[in-house]
Structure formats: structure tokens, C-alpha cells
Design a protein around this ligand. Structure first.
Ligand SMILES: [Zn+2]
Length: 130
């Protein structure tokens, strides 16, 4: 329990009234919310039809990674009203939105600066199996 108190972000699933004054509403509409530092809660509505693997995503289901990408960026201070941005305030059910738009990237760079070592490539590889 000590480690829970000292972490940077407390993440969990909650339903309806869960004691922080910001109620969840059951399936759809409100999916998750965060409380900015120093509180740093990241709460997900436990009554959503969450999907962790995007390939099973259908209408009526909510992509967990898309919601997490959005909310964690809120904790970093980001926001956006550009439709293709991860930070756009709504996420349609059955859709996945995890690719950073130009607006998402520029917002981060405005707040934290750009990475001087970034070479324009974002490729990631699995380890080779010999
Ligand atoms: Zn909450």
C-alpha cells in the first residue's frame, strides 16, 4: 500500500459514485476522467465495454488504449479541439485513436520542448529470434 501512495499516477476502474465528487454514468458518454497534479488520479468507468485488443473492437465497445492515450496526455497538460487529435474531447465507440496527430505532437513540444535526438524515424522492432 505504501507504493500506491508514492506513485506518480493512480489508475483504476470505478463505477457510479466513487467518492471523488465526479460520478460515472454507466455504459457510454463519460468514459474516464483524470485529476491533474498533485492529485493525479486516472479513473476509468468500470461499466464501459472496454476492449484491450483493438482487433476485437466493434460498435458499442470502447478502446482502452485510445482512452488511456487521451487521459494520460491530459495529465501532461494537453488538450485539443482538432478532430484527428488524440486530445479531441470525444472518442467514438468502436474506433481506435492512438496515432499522434501533428497537433498532439506540437502541443507536447510546446510544453516540454522537442527531442534533440529525434531523427524523424519512429520504427520499433521486435527482438530477432535466432
Ligand atoms: Zn473518479
Amino acid at each position: 500500500m505504501d507504493s500506491y501512495r508514492s506513485v506518480d499516477i493512480r489508475i483504476g476502474f470505478f463505477v457510479k459514485n466513487h467518492g471523488d465528487g465526479d460520478l460515472f454514468d454507466g455504459p457510454m458518454k463519460i468514459l474516464a476522467h483524470v485529476f491533474a497534479p498533485p492529485t493525479r488520479f486516472f479513473h476509468l468507468d468500470g461499466e464501459e465495454n472496454w476492449v484491450a485488443d483493438g482487433k476485437y473492437l466493434k460498435e458499442g465497445m470502447v478502446d482502452l488504449e485510445s482512452a488511456a492515450a487521451h487521459e494520460i496526455r491530459h495529465l501532461l497538460g494537453l488538450d485539443s479541439f482538432e478532430k484527428e487529435a488524440i486530445m479531441f474531447p470525444t472518442l467514438e465507440d468502436g474506433t481506435r485513436k492512438v496515432e499522434l496527430s501533428r497537433d498532439d505532437t506540437e502541443g507536447l513540444q510546446m510544453l516540454y520542448g522537442s527531442n534533440p535526438n529525434y531523427n524523424g524515424s519512429s520504427t520499433i522492432y521486435t527482438p530477432s529470434r535466432e
